[in-house]
Design a protein around this ligand. Structure first.
Ligand SMILES: Cc1cc2nc3c(=O)[nH]c(=O)nc-3n(C[C@H](O)[C@H](O)[C@H](O)COP(=O)(O)OP(=O)(O)OC[C@H]3O[C@@H](n4cnc5c(N)ncnc54)[C@H](O)[C@@H]3O)c2cc1C
Length: 418
């Protein structure tokens, strides 16, 4: 049966859900307070990390986080937000036990191993066969580099887990690295390369193009600020949901909530208390366009350089703060000397800076699930991997709504696991 479905949030997750539901024949409306790619989907590093399996909550993270905080490193906590962050931090540390870590890694890879294929399915489908979208989706792999043997060796446990999870990678020595990326300065001793990863060379433009196709195919985009979703009896199908916006109420048949780091606030109207937090990250754009061929992680400095269509993007930082706290762009500007260390030929003239909120749950897994109400679905919490997992999430939500069996066991991603 086809129905009118409202998708809240026009980030990569919401757009992907809307397109998958439209393909199933539903009449779909996306509601966003600003428009496509207004949140984290605007300015991420663009990596489609097929087979990514390392949860953020790794064994020993509490100690290494303390060290990073004390050394003014890539992790920071907004002290004013701390009382609201503490319950999340406690749960996060619990998730870093060896047992939880292994469980979360296996669950994560059950999704990410389908990432490249789900992107190709989205872009190859007849209705979206747009050469501009195809050109933005590049088959260039994902390169992770280490300046010292000590940091490379410290990463061994992660590589072992990748092997256990069936994630393909090739170990590189210094010569291999400079063959792949000849413009890099010779500061890297070790690295590994995941050849089956892809790169979106403008996440913002990709979201805009996908939304434009969705609209051409009969979908609607409505600009409205959603205050909350409510329902008089959460577990009764007879009780219909309401989307309350600042400009009036909407009475949809079904809702998919995909508002990234803002989702918990909107779900609070359903009395759903989800431990969702904003892991905020920054980017800074530089003019260079052809210095590197793929996204490159400098693991020692925790920065990623991505060769975007519009210039070189440096992304970095995990800033734990409530979602709407004012950004501190000095955090990303202070890393400019690291870009020069990696690429001496680079022009450091700042083009723009940006901050985005990764929607993160303590176990590093998203929620892809029906809520307690049969007509309300949740798709949020994709943390560092939302660009990677958007299209797959769309397929899975469409399967759940159609009551089709899903290709992946979704029990680890249920909304009621917390
Ligand atoms: C610096 C950085 C680098 C990253 N790099 C990568 C990467 O290389 N690869 C990767 O896979 N992932 C990466 N990520 C993570 C990825 O960007 C996110 O996981 C993903 O964008 C989340 O998508 P989303 O659709 O869930 O949320 P968002 O993109 O945040 O979209 C949420 C939408 O909801 C809307 N909204 C919010 N509140 C309301 C409201 N009240 N009413 C109506 N609309 C509302 C917003 O306007 C927004 O458009 C990175 C993130 C950051 C910050």
């Amino acid at each position: 049966m086809t129905e009118k479905i409202y998708v809240i949030g026009a980030g990569i997750v919401g757009i992907s859900c809307a397109i998958a539901l439209q393909r199933d024949g539903h009449q779909v409306v996306i509601i966003d307070k600003t428009g496509p790619a207004a949140g984290a989907s605007f300015g991420n590093a663009g990596a489609i990390v097929n087979g990514s399996c390392i949860p953020t909550a790794t064994p020993g993270i509490a100690l290494s986080a303390m060290k990073m905080l004390m050394s003014n490193g890539p992790l920071s906590i907004d002290l004013a937000s701390l009382p609201r962050l503490l319950p999340w931090l406690v749960r996060f540390v619990i998730q870093s036990s060896e047992r939880n870590y292994q469980h979360n890694a296996k669950a994560l890879v059950s999704l990410t191993k389908q990432a490249t294929k789900s992107w190709q399915t989205l872009l190859d489908s007849q209705n979206f066969n747009d050469s501009e979208c195809q050109n933005l989706f590049k088959n260039v792999g994902w390169l992770r580099l280490f300046e010292t043997s000590a940091t490379f060796n410290a990463n061994l446990a992660a590589r072992n887990l990748m092997q256990q999870c069936g994630t393909d990678f090739t170990i590189l020595n210094a010569d291999d690295i400079y063959q792949l990326e000849p413009n890099l300065n010779k500061i890297f001793k070790h690295g590994f390369f995941q050849a089956d990863c892809h790169f979106v060379a403008s996440p913002e433009k990709m979201c805009q193009l996908l939304t434009a196709h969705f609209i051409e195919n009969g979908g609607q985009l409505q600009i409205a600020d959603v205050r909350e979703i409510s329902v008089s009896n959460e577990t009764s199908a007879a009780s219909l949901p309401v989307i309350k916006t600042t400009t009036g109420d909407i009475h949809p048949k079904k809702i998919v909530l995909c508002a990234g780091a803002w989702s918990a606030k909107i779900a609070a109207g359903l009395n759903y208390k989800v431990p969702l937090m904003a892991e905020r990250g920054y980017h800074l754009m530089l003019p260079a366009t052809h210095l590197i061929s793929r996204p490159i992680v400098n693991a020692d400095q925790s920065i990623v350089l991505s060769p975007m269509q519009s210039g070189l993007r440096m992304t970095s930082q995990v800033e734990l703060a409530t979602v709407d706290t004012a950004p501190d762009y000095q955090k990303i500007r202070s890393l400019l000397p690291q870009v020069k260390r990696m690429l001496s030929g680079v022009d450091l003239t700042e083009q723009s800076v940006w901050m985005g909120a990764r929607p993160s749950l303590p176990d590093s897994l998203p929620i892809i699930s029906q809520s307690t109400h049969p007509d309300i679905f949740y798709a949020f919490g994709h943390q560092h991997l939302g660009m990677t997992l958007g299209p797959l999430t769309g397929q899975l939500i469409a399967d759940l709504i159609a009551k089709r069996p899903t290709a992946t066991d979704l029990s680890a991603f249920r909304a009621d696991r917390f």
